[in-house]
Design a protein around this ligand. Structure first.
Ligand SMILES: CCCCCCCC/C=C\C/C=C/C(=O)SCCNC(=O)CCNC(=O)[C@H](O)C(C)(C)COP(=O)(O)OP(=O)(O)OC[C@H]1O[C@@H](n2cnc3c(N)ncnc32)[C@H](O)[C@@H]1OP(=O)(O)O
Length: 729
């Protein structure tokens, strides 16, 4: 059998037919055409008794070309027609699934009469993650094959399942360890002459449930709750409902209507943008022209983590999960023992979640995970991640020690959320090996890794840190060095606006509600309570914004000539540190509790505060809350782009989606700004800035003004309007 590119249609008889495509980049029109031609020929050729369809290079198919959904020449309908054509073939058609069968690829396999999968193959219908539903009749065939609950789970989550799971569900007929194509040919030869009716999924009834309607109603509520405004999961449920209530052809029509609704919702465009943005950020560039394509990473065979606080514990856990042997270091035995217990607990929980793979973690083996107070054990590791608390002096002391102890090529990472990487690097004799790796809490869960290069960081160090992100299954985003880097720097004006809104008349729960309705996983006040209000308090003390170092006579609501709100400081001074102390912007059931309840104590504190400062509270509507918080954040994003701290708007969006709970179906803050339209963002910032002239965060960035003056160009062209690339890139 000859193998080319793309899905192949081949005869199990003497004639073979094949089609060509673009492999992982999706089923192309050429592949569709070739499959159609092949099938028609096979049907017409009496010497062909059966047909086998396989992919190229060990991959069945990654599905439709995602870029095609936003192009005027959409290929959708012909894919559905092809699936029907396969199913109606008079000769048995067998799918040989190797590697992956995703989306339209799996729908092609569902049109086949039999499916054979390689043991390592993975299958799924990830359309929902792209804001769509399986629109080539997949929502109608899958429930008929594996039942409503399992089909709904696959279709509404988009998860990939293993060959073994697929076999258990009845999605495939056979799983093989050897040659899948040969096994499929063998099966094809065996089934020649057997009746095809029962194998045609469109002719099968959907297996009934005791209460299908109740099940689907509950499922709809569940996905709506989880989706936070994202339409696709709910419409997926509606499509599956159609399969249970309508004949196949009417169900297909309903599927198509729902698909078109999703395609035109704007959310699909945002989610597809996010898909490509996450891939685009893998390509990075740094000062002096260094870039991903020219830099090779060093091997990462072992690592050390310094500091077993919340962040350190999570980082150790993800390194162990990534199969990288770790030395975990604390400053004394007492802290080490506390840290060790916490890490073991985390790993046990992770092992439970991973079920059959748990043994692979092997974390009781000292060769995999070692706890120590001895810096000398860091001598040979390839990578050190320092994760002590945010204290510049302490970090510098540690890095000075590291540069004496570690081997010369070891990568020295600091887990910091805001501190100057160059200053930390200056404590070493090898600043080219020093890099910032900003993990997000909980570090073993959150997908983002902000990677910050300093003035001297080498391209090899950046490439190695990106490799680390990949090994940890995180999305690494390379950014420049400035206070707060990208994520936190954009977060400061957002949180600042949220607090100003409280001064002016809002309540924490109102502001949170508006932002959670927008789609954020958690509003700014719930988030601050979760992170701990003392963290920001300590940082503001360090910056001289609050505490004894503030010069006498400084107005309470002003610092450095700009508006300042002492409200968060007042909360901390009264022992309100958030969840950990049981009170913060909200009240919790106990210290460490997680259920936030609006707190009358905070309401009266706000009333008292406004009275003290002569502020007359006013009603603030949802639009103002949204605009002031979001546009301030976006405005900072434009300043970051103009300064060259990030290579493009996609970087900011990927950071926000993966690290800050920005709703993915809104594509990230910069994509959202483009959706709203830059002229409107500018006009509203101008409006709010006029109302609050002492708030620099609302003053429109020059880059935003320039883009509007240049006619509101599309997001992908923004960076070309910077007069020269910033010195940092
Ligand atoms: C007018 C309306 C009519 C209504 C009728 C509508 C009918 C609808 C018909 C069909 C529905 C079918 C829908 C689909 O099939 S949607 C696509 C579903 N597939 C996916 O979502 C898979 C997406 N891809 C992945 O998850 C991964 O890429 C992977 C698991 C396949 C491989 O992962 P990895 O090895 O990590 O590689 P990369 O992710 O880095 O990918 C490499 C490279 O390939 C690009 N790419 C991957 N998949 C696609 C794709 N499906 N389309 C386009 N491009 C794809 C990816 O972007 C990378 O590109 P690079 O960054 O430029 O290298």
């Amino acid at each position: 059998m000859r193998r080319g590119r793309g899905l192949h249609a081949a005869g199990a008889g003497p004639e073979r037919y094949q089609g060509y495509g673009r492999g992982l980049r999706g089923i192309s029109l050429a592949v569709l055409q070739a499959l159609e031609d092949g099938l028609e020929k096979a049907d017409a050729d009496p010497s062909v008794k059966a047909v086998m369809i396989c992919g190229e290079n060990g991959k069945f198919s990654a599905g439709a070309d995602i870029r095609g959904f936003s192009s005027p020449n959409r290929q959708g309908p012909s894919l559905a027609a092809l699936v029907s054509l396969i199913e109606s073939s008079k000769k048995p058609v067998v799918a040989a699934i190797e590697g992956i069968a995703l989306g339209g690829g799996l729908e092609v396999a569902l049109g086949c009469h039999y499916r054979v999968a390689h043991v390592k193959a993975r299958m799924g219908l990830p359309e929902v993650t792209l804001g769509l539903l399986p629109g080539a009749e997949g929502t109608q065939r899958l429930p008929r094959l594996i039942g409503v609950p399992a089909a709904l789970d696959m279709i509404t989550t988009g998860k990939h399942i293993s060959a073994h799971e697929a076999l258990k569900l009845g999605l495939v007929d056979e799983v093989v360890e050897a040659n899948t194509v040969e096994a499929a040919m063998h099966l094809a030869n065996q089934v020649i002459g057997q009746p095809l009716g029962p194998r045609r999924l469109s002719l099968r009834p959907v297996p009934p449930l005791p209460d299908t309607d109740g099940f689907l109603r509950a499922a709809r509520l569940r996905v709506r709750e989880r989706a936070r405004g994202c339409l696709a999961p709910e419409l997926c449920v509606q499509a599956v409902r159609a399969a249970t209530e309508l004949p196949f052809s009417a169900g297909v029509r309903r599927e198509r209507e729902l698909f078109v609704e999703l395609l035109s919702s704007g959310q699909a465009r945002a989610l597809q943008y996010a898909f490509f943005a996450e891939r685009a950020v893998r390509r990075w560039s740094a000062p002096g022209g260094a870039a991903s394509h020219g830099a090779a990473p060093r091997p990462l065979r072992s690592a050390a983590v310094i500091g077993l606080g919340t962040m350190g514990r999570g980082i150790v856990t993800c390194l162990v999960k990534a199969n990288i042997p770790v030395v975990a270091l604390e400053q004394n035995l007492e802290y080490l023992n506390v840290g060790r217990k916490a890490v073991m607990l985390l790993l046990e929980r992770e092992a439970k979640k991973m079920e059959q793979d748990a043994q692979a973690l092997d974390f009781h083996n000292p060769a995999r995970l070692q706890f120590t107070v001895d810096f000398d054990l860091l001598r040979d590791v390839d990578l050190v991640i320092e994760a002590v608390f945010e204290d510049m002096a302490l970090k510098k002391e540690i890095f000075h020690k590291l540069s004496r102890i570690c081997k010369p090529e070891a990568l020295l990472c600091t887990n910091t959320s805001a501190l100057d990487i160059d200053e930390i690097a200056s404590a070493t004799s090898r600043p080219e090996q020093v890099i910032g790796t900003h993990f997000f809490s909980p570090a073993h869960v959150m997908r983002l890794l902000e990677i910050i290069y300093g003035r001297h960081t080498s391209p090899t160090a950046i490439a190695t840190a990106m490799q680390l992100a990949r090994a940890l299954r995180k999305v690494g985003v390379v950014v420049g060095n400035c206070f707060g880097f990208v994520g936190n720097r954009m977060m400061f004006p957002y949180v600042e606006q949220a607090v100003f809104l409280l001064e002016e008349g809002s309540r924490p729960e109102e502001v949170d509600q508006v932002l959670e309705d927008f789609g954020f996983k958690i509003g700014p006040f719930r988030m601050s309570d979760l992170a701990g209000l003392d963290v920001g308090w300590r940082s503001r003390q360090g910056q001289g914004l609050t505490g004894p170092s503030v010069p006498a006579g400084t107005p309470a609501r002003q610092r450095l000539g700009r508006r300042y709100s002492p409200l968060p400081d007042l909360l901390c001074e009264s022992g309100r540190f958030g969840q950990k102390s049981g009170t913060g912007w909200y009240r919790y059931e106990r210290a460490g509790g997680r259920t936030a309840t609006p707190d009358p104590g905070v309401h009266s504190l706000l009333a008292q505060y406004r009275h003290t400062h002569g502020i007359r509270p006013r009603h603030i509507d949802q639009e103002e809350i949204l605009e002031r918080c979001l546009f301030a954040l976006i405005n900072e994003g434009f300043a970051i782009l103009a300064e060259g701290i990030a290579a493009g708007p996609e970087h900011l969006d990927v950071i926000y989606i993966n690290g800050y709970g920005w709703p993915r179906h809104r594509g990230g803050p910069m994509f959202y700004a483009a959706t709203v339209g830059l002229p409107r963002v500018l006009a509203r910032l101008q409006h709010h800035s006029q109302a609050h002239p002492d708030v620099p965060g609302l003053r429109p960035s020059a880059f935003l003004e320039k883009l509007v003056a240049m006619g509101n160009p599309p997001l992908k062209e923004w960076m070309s309007y910077l007069s020269q690339q910033s010195p940092r890139l």
